[in-house]
Design a binder for this molecule. Structure first.
Ligand code: FAD
Length: 162
């Protein structure tokens, strides 16, 4: 949903340095629109056939996003000047969005953080509490990450075999 109403988005996930890795260093929406229609035509002709190329454009000049994801899992807490700092969500564990579970993992960990804070409400919030929170989430984060990596490998090998 945009300020111009509902729109259809196209999303590409390219393997770095592959033929499809064409969305780099774009300066404006016009360049992006051209690259997108060209890439769809070259790599996904069956999708291109369904596009009305005369109408194909961005909903506004800034209506595109280009990013690179480097999956990373960090320790979710830190003592800083004798104060506990805790984190959850993408700032702590960033998955490749290929299996689309970033929100689920983030909300699971937010819930676990809430449960930890309630459990420790009468104790000092220190590294021990941070570790207790980490232990609550560790197994789940590990499984989600392994699943995501397995799917990523699977998708990559499918692309390479194609
Ligand atoms: C293109 C794309 C598609 C995705 N598709 C899916 C999907 O289909 N399913 C799914 O589950 N996940 C998906 N994800 C992942 C999902 O969006 C994230 O995992 C999730 O939003 C992480 O939540 P978060 O609260 O940790 O971070 P965010 O949602 O990024 O929230 C962080 C917030 O902090 C704010 N902020 C940043 N710096 C500061 C500061 N200094 N002071 C104050 N505020 C600040 C930001 O403005 C933002 O509102 C997708 C991500 C992308 C980029």
């Amino acid at each position: 949903m945009t300020e111009q109403g509902p729109v259809t988005i196209l999303s590409f996930m390219s393997i770095p340095k592959s033929d499809l890795d064409v969305f780099k260093g774009m300066k404006n929406g016009e360049e992006f629109t051209y690259k997108m229609s060209d890439a769809v035509q070259r790599f996904f002709p069956h999708v291109y056939k369904r596009m009305d190329i005369k109408k194909f454009k961005l909903c506004d000049e800034n209506g595109y996003l280009q990013t690179a994801i480097k999956p990373v899992i960090r320790k979710p807490y830190l003592m800083f000047q004798d104060k506990l700092a805790v984190g959850c969500g993408d700032s702590v564990f960033l998955n490749d969005p290929i299996t689309g579970q970033g929100c689920n993992l983030s909300s699971f960990c937010a819930e676990q953080l809430y449960e930890t804070l309630i459990e420790w409400k009468h104790s000092k919030w220190d590294g021990e509490m941070g570790e207790s929170y980490r232990k609550r989430t560790k197994q789940y984060v590990k499984e989600v990450t392994e699943w995501t990596n397995a799917m990523t490998d699977h998708c990559l090998s499918m692309l390479f075999n194609d």
